[in-house]
Design a protein around this ligand. Structure first.
Ligand code: NAD
Length: 484
């Protein structure tokens, strides 16, 4: 298979890195073979991209929002017309299934642009009247050049979730996609060109976090960083950005509880738990990797859930029948397998899965892991506390509502939670007691982009979503006009 060599995208042009000839290998997770080479960009590349973004900011920030909105609509249309091509590239680059890439990653990336194209037109500012004294109103203006840093699990979706509100609000940006999954971000640059987006509005610098990422975070002319990734990296970025007091949004890891009461719609709870455990190989920050089941239905749940998990098709990500594709990279697969071993050492019972899956032919070197269900561990065990980010879940019984709440909250993370109960009052009581950014009741992963999204505790800082993203990507001023 041919290897695609990426270039940076700076000031509307594809250019080689200043670090000539230095590339990072990116592997196709399903075959283990190198399929993309990514420029190992340096501070000098980031400086060039920031300069281009600063120059573009002068005109882009002044463009009426209707014009900016039109560009976003055009980008959405072009991306949609190339959906299949992008989905296939995302599969090759990330290891996810074609079904997931098509319906979630790329489809929602289109929606991100379309949504913020509309939202920016309808956003309203607050006006306040102090009777007889004064009228105040809010003025908003874009922040400047934004640094947008994204992870490898939902590569295009998470990047466009940043780019769309960023440029809709009048900022320009320098993006640093994950070095494991840069292909669709690179392809997106050709969409920007085709849409006629002015040069320098979106710049893309590829490379490692330590080099290109760090240069962006510490750049004095990048006043804002929007980061999605691991908690350890997030803490490091927070510390590095202190010197310049940057605006920061950190969307970090999760270890989300999935609480199932005995008065739930059992079939729905089981079906959805299969998805919330194993969709995208468990590589979604919102996956429900700690399943708490009321003891009265604990065995019934295991009897229904384990055979379904065991029957999931692990295989060729390009086959529409495949449910579990390949994990993103070798190091990550080793980490996931390490946690399964740790579960054994901690006294856990591997109810199904528990190993790497070796496939035949050109997939024999792929990073496949069987869907794994573990019981018998206390909720305080390392495996039940630390983010694994793979197709591995622990299942624990609980006695009553209070114990379920305590278990769910006993976590360093606070991203999301699902609650399953047909008793509305109970569902509401429990939901309001869980310390996370999103609670789903009798569902999972439904996203209304108008709602705030983000985590508490070690899951992050700040909120994204309609007005919340617009607040982050703008500065706000109150202007108070006296009546006298
Ligand atoms: P990661 O933290 O290793 O990398 C994320 C990005 O940060 C990459 O682009 C990487 O190159 C860059 N980076 C690394 N070190 C850097 C540094 N010193 N300075 C600047 N940039 C740096 O995360 P990952 O392994 O790619 O992604 C998986 C993690 O992301 C999981 O923990 C997952 O839960 C989290 N995640 C969170 C959300 C959310 O919305 N909360 C969404 C998706 C993924």
């Amino acid at each position: 298979m041919s290897v695609t060599v990426l270039q940076n995208f700076i000031d509307g042009e594809f250019v080689n890195s200043v670090n000539t000839g230095q590339y990072i290998d990116s592997h196709n997770p399903a075959t283990g073979k190198v399929h993309v080479k990514i420029p190992d960009s340096t501070k000098a590349d980031v400086n060039n991209a920031v300069e281009a973004a600063q120059a573009a900011f002068k005109t882009w920030s002044k463009l009426p929002r209707t014009r900016r909105s039109n560009f976003l609509y055009r980008i959405a249309d072009i991306l949609e017309s190339r959906l299949k091509e992008f989905a296939e590239a995302e599969v090759r680059d990330q290891g996810k299934t074609i079904t997931f890439a098509t319906n979630v990653d790329i489809n929602r990336s289109v929606y991100n642009f379309r949504y913020f194209a509309g939202h920016v037109l309808h956003a309203e500012e607050k006006v306040g009247q102090l009777d007889g004294v004064a009228m105040s109103y809010v003025q908003r203006w874009p922040v400047g050049v934004a640094g947008l840093i994204s992870p490898w699990n939902l590569p295009l979706y998470l990047l466009t979730w940043k780019i769309a509100p960023c440029i809709a609000s009048g900022n320009t940006c320098v993006c640093k996609p994950s070095e494991f999954t840069s292909l669709t971000a690179y392809m997106l640059c050709s969409v920007f060109k085709e849409a006629g987006l002015p040069n320098g509005v979106v710049n893309m610098v590829f490379g490692s976090g330590q080099s290109a990422g760090e240069a962006l975070v510490t750049h004095p002319n990048v006043p804002l960083i929007s980061f999605t990734g691991g908690t350890v990296t997030g803490k490091h970025i927070m510390a590095s950005s202190v010197k310049h007091m940057k605006k920061l949004s950190l969307e970090l890891g999760g270890k989300n509880a999935n609480i199932i009461f005995d008065d739930c719609n059992f079939e729905q709870a089981v079906e959805t738990s299969i998805r919330s455990s194993f969709w995208n190989q468990g590589e979604i920050c919102l996956c429900g990797s700690r399943i708490f089941v009321q003891e009265t239905i604990y065995q019934k749940f295991l009897d229904a859930f384990i055979p379904k998990a065991r029957d999931l098709v692990v295989g060729d990500p390009n086959d529409s029948k495949t449910f579990v594709g390949a994990l993103n990279n070798l190091k990550h697969m080793e980490k996931v397998l390490m946690y399964i071993d740790l579960a054994r050492q901690e006294g856990g019972v591997i109810e199904c899965g528990g190993s790497r899956k070796i496939l035949q032919g050109e997939l024999s070197e792929g990073y496949f892991v069987e869907p794994t269900v573990i019981t018998g561990l206390p909720p305080t065990s390392r495996v039940a506390q630390e983010e694994i980010f793979g197709p591995v879940v622990t299942v624990h019984p609980f006695t009553d509502e209070q114990q379920a709440i305590d278990y769910a909250n006993d976590s360093p993370y606070g991203l999301s939670c699902s609650v399953w109960s047909e008793n509305d009052r109970r569902a509401r009581r429990v939901s309001e007691s869980i310390q996370v950014g999103t609670v789903w009741v009798n569902c999972w992963l439904i996203r209304d982009l108008r709602m705030p999204f983000g985590g508490t505790k070690a899951s992050g800082l700040g909120r994204e979503g309609a007005d919340y993203s617009m607040d982050f990507f703008t500065e706000l001023k109150t202007i108070c006009l006296a009546n006298f």
